[in-house]
Design a protein around this ligand. Structure first.
Ligand code: ADP
Ligand code: MG
Length: 268
């Protein structure tokens, strides 16, 4: 065997869970992302910031396979995700929440969370193949998981209420629970503080930190609320006009002149 070939595959490098390399997204003449690269290390919280139009949502949509990058590489655990359809992302361990909630308003809290558990189990074709006994066991497991998540997120009191009747902040916790029901390794949070009051944002910061620790999650969040994103992130990536203008610890990025200039130029 050629020894140089062997050294290509062994030993494995210590790699980040998510690797984004030189991602380009063009919409006609607009370059929404211009060769953006960053890593999200396992069990860390990474925040993406940037003024309106910077490309944050576009990046998220690439990660959840709603948009196709014009160029670049996105790898989870060293394997490209770009050949997978959006509905396969849960099975690969990527869960997400949406800036505008995506819940079933006329279903109960329990039902909404239980559906999340089902989606994950359904990706296991064996459940269908092995028949009824197996699927009953899967159903019981999904119900138990839903109850555990309801307890964890302190939603017991509202478990049988219709989601549409609940305050927005509570609905956001339900969506969070449903994303966790998929047992993701990487959780993508799209502006989780959007629409929450000051007290709710503090609760959310605590919730994201606790969940990250208790579930061993890796978290990537896009966030406009500077207090939240700077308070909980281990690492910040700043975008402006589709380019990465800074990356570093929250305190370093907050002091970065290009970041300050980008935000000062942002219309309120
Ligand atoms: P952010 O989330 O940081 O506010 P976006 O990712 O939504 O920014 O947008 C980045 C740029 O890409 C903007 O100029 C926006 O108008 C453009 N853009 C985003 N999505 C589309 C789309 N589907 N079609 C055309 N242009 C888009
Ligand atoms: Mg956006």
């Amino acid at each position: 065997m050629n020894p140089s070939q062997e050294s290509v595959s062994y030993p494995r490098r210590e790699e980040a869970l998510l690797q984004v390399r030189d991602v380009v997204v063009k919409f006609g003449g607009i370059v929404a992302l211009d060769r953006v690269s960053f890593d999200v290390p396992e069990q860390k919280i990474v925040g993406i910031i940037g003024p309106n139009g910077a490309g944050k949502t576009t990046m998220f949509n690439c990660l959840s396979r709603l948009y196709e990058p014009t160029a670049g590489v996105i790898e989870l655990d060293g394997r490209s995700i770009l050949d997978l359809p959006a509905h396969a992302m849960a099975a690969r361990g990527i869960g997400r929440t949406f800036q505008n909630l995506a819940l079933f308003p006329s279903a109960t809290v329990f039902e909404n969370i239980r559906i999340g558990c089902h989606t994950r189990e359904h990706s296991n074709l064996l459940a269908d193949v092995l028949g009824l006994r197996h699927s009953m066991r899967v159903n019981r497991a999904a119900t138990a998981t839903a109850h555990e998540l309801i307890a964890y997120l302190r939603l017991d009191d509202v478990a049988q209420r219709k989601v549409g009747e609940l305050p927005f902040g509570t609905q956001k916790r339900v969506e969070f629970a449903r994303a966790l029901a998929l047992k993701p390794r990487l959780l993508l949070l799209d502006e989780p503080a959007c629409g929450l009051n000051h007290e709710e944002v503090e609760g959310l910061a605590q919730l994201i930190r606790d969940t990250q620790r208790d579930f061993g999650l890796t978290v990537l969040l896009v966030e406009h609320h500077m207090g939240l994103v700077m308070g909980i992130s281990d690492w910040i990536v700043a975008l402006n006009f589709g380019r990465k203008i800074a990356a570093g610890t929250p305190s370093a990025v907050q002091e970065n002149p290009e970041v300050i200039a980008a935000y000062l130029g942002e219309p309120k």
